[in-house]
Write a new protein. Structure first.
Ligand SMILES: Nc1ncnc2c1ncn2[C@@H]1O[C@H](COP(=O)(O)OP(=O)(O)OP(=O)(O)O)[C@@H](O)[C@H]1O
Length: 396
């Protein structure tokens, strides 16, 4: 039995004792005001008992009997959270030391905040710290920080950035993540060799699979929101526009909302439909197509302002035309993600992930078979020297 709680009496003081069960339930049901939500996470960051409880509940292992299932939480009803605001002109400058973290340099700045490379309080580890730098943080920015904290706290996976702490300074929320020492996919110069992109695609799909299995839709997958480490591991970041899905796999619908980055939005999202796992898979398909070819498939605007592929030239045909050496299985998988009709895409990220892994195994097998000839290989050996998985491409 945990102690009684001072946290929500007034909601402004820093919590000094543990979260009550009803407060934890309210937190997961999205009923806590954003400012109190931040305080709760702040407390949990320092309290092992509450952190364990939150993480356990977030993974759906043990729900209090009177709570609704996590998968049914009505989190964003009524909130209009369309696009991110553009970077504000006048911004707040954080102090050199923020809540014990020494800020070393700016890593990136987006619509919701600035991300710094920082040293943790003991000075022995580097972290990435995102802080809201708007002069007057509005409800949308605060909601984005709270959403990101809740989303990433649920997911523990090597292809998703890890959240280490949530806090608030001068009324501004901040988030502390593991520092991913690599390049965002937006910093790479496509086209990349397609076997390399196949590896990246497997990592992205595995990260999405982990998120979807925890009931989280990313809704803003794009090159700037994935970081590639030198060893080839890719990690999803920036869950500020995420949402939480019901058992049907569809985001709850409040007001009509168009969420995401227009360039990578699925056609149904452009038309105001709710996000699903399949809309995340569409964004993944576009991203992978762009990495392979250096451009997006040509589109024409349809009557409903949805993007439609040019007649007769679907993504698979374009990929094989632009990249004659691409594995046809890989091209078909990308094309399936890019189907205009969501029902023609893979139903779930785990299916996509399994298919991509299968394609990668086949491609590797074909290449090793050619390197190590067997009697049934016939006259085509040796194969032409080309790029490939075995050649160990390095995009850095
Ligand atoms: N954990 C991390 N490790 C290393 N770099 C990071 C990390 N998180 C973010 N960054 C860097 O900071 C940049 C901005 O991060 P992020 O996308 O989370 O901010 P944002 O304000 O939500 O941006 P946007 O509005 O463009 O999506 C990223 O593109 C990346 O370069």
């Amino acid at each position: 039995m945990r102690d009684c709680c001072l946290l929500f009496q007034g909601g402004t003081q820093l919590p000094s004792s543990c979260l009550r069960d009803e407060d934890v339930v309210a937190l997961f049901e999205g009923r806590l005001p954003v400012s109190v939500n931040v305080l709760a996470h702040h407390h949990a960051a320092r309290c092992a008992a509450c952190r364990t409880l939150l993480v356990t509940l977030a993974h759906g292992d043990a729900l209090p009997s009177d709570s609704v299932p996590l998968a049914l939480l009505p989190l964003e009803q009524g909130r209009r959270c369309s696009r991110r605001p553009s970077v504000p002109d006048a911004t707040w400058t954080p102090p050199a030391v923020l809540d014990g973290f020494r800020l070393e340099r700016l890593l990136g700045r987006g619509g919701m905040g600035a991300v710094y490379l920082a040293q943790d309080a003991r000075g022995d580890r580097r972290v990435a710290l995102k802080v809201c730098v708007a002069l007057q943080p509005d409800e949308r920015a605060l909601a984005s920080f709270a959403t990101e904290a809740r989303a990433i706290a649920r997911i523990q996976h090597p292809n998703v950035v890890t959240m280490e702490r949530v806090g608030e300074v001068d009324g501004r929320p901040y988030l502390v993540y593991e520092y991913v020492d690599g390049k965002s996919l937006a910093e790479l110069r496509p086209p990349l060799p397609w076997p390399r992109v196949l590896d990246i695609a497997v990592g992205l799909a595995a990260g999405l699979r982990a998120a979807h299995q925890c009931g989280v839709l990313h809704r803003d997958l794009k090159p700037g929101n994935a970081i590639l480490e030198p060893d080839g591991t890719v990690k999803l970041i920036d869950f500020g526009l995420a949402t939480f899905v019901g058992s049907g796999g569809t985001a709850p619908r409040g007001v009509r909302e168009v969420v995401g980055t227009p360039r990578y939005m699925a056609p149904e999202i452009r038309m105001g439909e709710s996000a699903t796992a399949r809309s995340d898979l569409y964004a993944l398909g576009l991203l992978v197509f762009e990495l392979c070819t250096g451009r997006l498939p040509p589109v024409r605007r349809g009557a409903c302002a949805a993007f439609k592929p040019e007649a007769g030239r679907g993504p698979a045909a374009l990929l094989t035309e632009w990249l004659p050496g691409i594995d046809p299985g890989f091209a078909a998988v990308i094309a399936c993600c890019l189907a205009e009709d969501p029902s023609e895409r893979f139903a779930q990220a785990d299916v996509l992930c399994a298919v991509l892994e299968h394609v990668r195994r086949l491609v590797a097998f074909q290449r090793t078979s050619r390197v190590f000839p067997t009697p049934w290989m016939g006259a085509g050996f040796p194969p032409p020297k080309d790029e490939g998985i075995l050649a160990g491409h390095n995009v850095f």
